[in-house]
Write a protein that binds this ligand. Structure first.
Ligand SMILES: Nc1nc2c(ncn2[C@@H]2O[C@H](COP(=O)(O)OP(=O)(O)OP(=O)(O)O)[C@@H](O)[C@H]2O)c(=O)[nH]1
Ligand SMILES: [Mg+2]
Length: 318
């Protein structure tokens, strides 16, 4: 969190000689898979809280990130992408996304402006009819399109829903992110911060470890593997004195035939996965890490309700 923390005794803040009200609220980043919701969360927070990949269905749970501003606090909620569910895992993911648009103060619909297939967004657009807070349309990935093509896209979305703001951004290179945050604050209600000023997220440390490993598997594998992999942290030992943090994880795959793919020739793939994940984990915890990875076959884990619970893929009914 790079912005100065909120400091106030009433609900006003002094900013360059005039008073501005202190704003506070929860904003959900909602939309189809791969639109760039997690990239946007990370860009706003200034730190990687949510894993990102070029494959759809990367985010599986609700991920919270809190940011303090001079004039308020925003609680951002990254959500799984809306898609057609094929397994119990995916049903839970979509339910989580739909429940995350309840009890919030502002909804940010994130779309991939470079795909320009707003018909694909019909299901998410229909959901907006049930929302009674301001809704922004965030047109992401504008670095991939030519400027003149933007207005017709905005016009088409405007016909589907009367959004409070239309904001073209590039989550990957930071274009218009400052503007977006200012607009968020403008539309949020006045109120006290919901969390203490040093609070970043509600996600347990173990989950970050599992997610950074899963991110490497998703990025380095293809076909069904990115979708059918889960990661469990079997043992988590904090670093003491000079010793590194010691982490032992299992990578679950669904089929025997997938195990040698994750291991790679002579173990080359799992070494690369381990190295990539270790770098992310070290950056996140700012400490040295020893990471031990195993691959386990757990058939049909995506249908196993108990295992889904254990993986923290909780059920959220909308
Ligand atoms: N060119 C470009 N690519 C982007 C931008 N934002 C995100 N991406 C890429 O889009 C892909 C998907 O990004 P994510 O942030 O994982 O998308 P998501 O909406 O969280 O996806 P799910 O979690 O699967 O719903 C990744 O390859 C990102 O690098 C952007 O502004 N410009
Ligand atoms: Mg995501």
């Amino acid at each position: 969190m790079d912005e100065p923390a909120v400091e106030h005794s009433d609900s006003l803040s002094r900013d360059s000689g005039h008073f501005e009200p202190i704003k506070s609220g929860v904003i959900s980043l909602f939309g189809r898979s791969n639109a760039g919701k997690s990239t946007l969360l990370n860009s706003i927070i200034g730190q990687k809280l949510s894993i990102v990949s070029d494959k759809p269905q990367t985010t599986r749970t609700r991920i919270l990130g809190v940011k303090n501003y001079q004039t308020g606090q925003i609680v951002f909620v990254d959500t799984p992408g809306v898609h057609k569910p094929s397994h119990r895992l995916n049903v839970r993911m979509v339910e989580t996304a739909f429940s995350a648009i309840r009890n919030i103060d502002l909804l940010a619909l994130v779309v991939d402006a470079s795909r320009n297939k707003e018909l694909e967004d019909q299901e998410v657009l229909r959901k907006l009819e049930t929302v009674d807070v301001p809704v922004f349309l965030i047109l992401n990935k504008v670095d991939l399109i030519k400027k003149p093509s933007l207005l017709p896209i905005i016009d088409r979305y405007r016909k589907s829903y009367d959004f409070s703001e239309y904001v073209p951004v590039s989550a990957i290179n930071g274009l218009n992110i400052d503007l977006l945050e200012k607009l968020f604050l403008k539309h949020l209600p006045e109120g006290d911060p919901l969390y203490p000023e040093d609070y970043l997220t509600d996600q347990p440390e173990r989950i970050f470890v599992a997610e950074f490993v899963r991110e490497q598997v998703i990025r380095r594998t293809h076909a069904e593997l990115p979708f059918s992999t889960a990661v469990i942290v079997d043992k988590f030992e904090e670093s003491k004195d000079d010793s590194p943090m010691r982490l032992y994880c299992s990578i679950l795959v669904e089929k025997k035939s997938q195990k040698p793919i994750v291991l790679g020739k002579g173990g080359s793939m799992i070494r690369r996965i381990g190295q990539g994940a270790r770098e992310e984990i070290e950056r996140f915890f700012e400490t040295r890490v020893y990471l031990d990875l195993h691959v386990k076959v757990q058939s049909e884990w995506r249908e196993n309700e108990q295992l889904l619970d254990e993986l923290g893929l909780s059920q959220h009914k909308s």
